[in-house]
Design a protein around this ligand. Sequence first.
Ligand code: SF4
Ligand code: SF4
Length: 347
Amino acid sequence: MQLSLVRRQSTLAQAQAQREILQGSQVPDAPHFDDALTQHKLPLLKAAGVQVLQINVGKLCNQTCTHCHVDAGPDRRESMSRETAEAIISALKRFDIPTLDITGGAPEMNPNFRWLVEQAHALDRRIIDRCNLTILVANGYRDLPQFLADHRVEVVASLPCYLEDNCDSQRGDGVFQRSVDALRILNTLGYGQADSGLQLTLVYNPVGPSLPPNQAELEVAYRRELKSRYDIVFNQLHTITNLPISRFLDDLLQSDQYETYMRKLVESFNPQTVSHVMCRTMLSVDWLGNLYDCDFNQMLELPVAAPSRRIENLDWDALAHRTIATGRHCFGCTAGNGSSCQGAVVS
Ligand code: SF4
Ligand code: SF4
């Protein structure tokens, strides 16, 4: 089934269609992820505590990138309510989770974004904003960079290339130039500058159906090119593999590259990455307050294996040692040097 045919159906139907494609017969000889673990004499994925609470506050975004695994865009209406945001802050008060990682969509467009940041800052938590950069120079949001700096929020910003054409082909016309404008503002506030304490991480993901290059080598090239071309500095670069989910899966299917890409992920399986995948230390919350192992499982509606799947009833003992729900998409996190929201997981 082509995903484009189910776009107008409910999110649940979309998730089910994606799961069927990932489990389906298009790559008949590809193993299930758990079988690959067994073949390499590795245990099934289990959580090892919760260090990061990653909250997806909704699908509203000012961009419509081709690789987006959230299927976000300006016409999406899914948005976390204040009630759910309060349940998240209540969970942070009750449990010792060091990091609040806020994603979307463009998370800053959620009306509760600033309230969440203020509350988490008051609780002295590390706060990450997964930012698309262009929102920082959009009308109505131009005071955001100062707000982020005032609350010591780490900015993790997408910039899939230091070349304008490559970036715009994935993220839309004019995105690169607006991203450069936003990075300059962040630099002026101290982001990315040594000793400022304001962390600026850039995120690279491949423009097409390939694995990311070596993270350390690419970081050197980014540093050199962004400094020489635009006088921009940053703290670190993360490389992320595109998982075959949502809009990127749709693109792979429409360009007849799904089978090739999935084979590449499976053949690049690296057993050394497995113990470092992010779901082992993360809990993901959707805009409605439901719990998942990661943002990808959230998009696929793969529920977390715990008696309660709601943020209001977070059961620490059950969640901290839960078995992770896996699927063939997990080969995206374990191919090559691995991939996570913290970039490559092995060097
Ligand atoms: S990839 Fe990020 S910036 Fe692009 S549409 Fe998706 S949520 Fe928005
Ligand atoms: S997609 Fe990655 S992070 Fe999510 S469950 Fe699979 S291995 Fe873990």
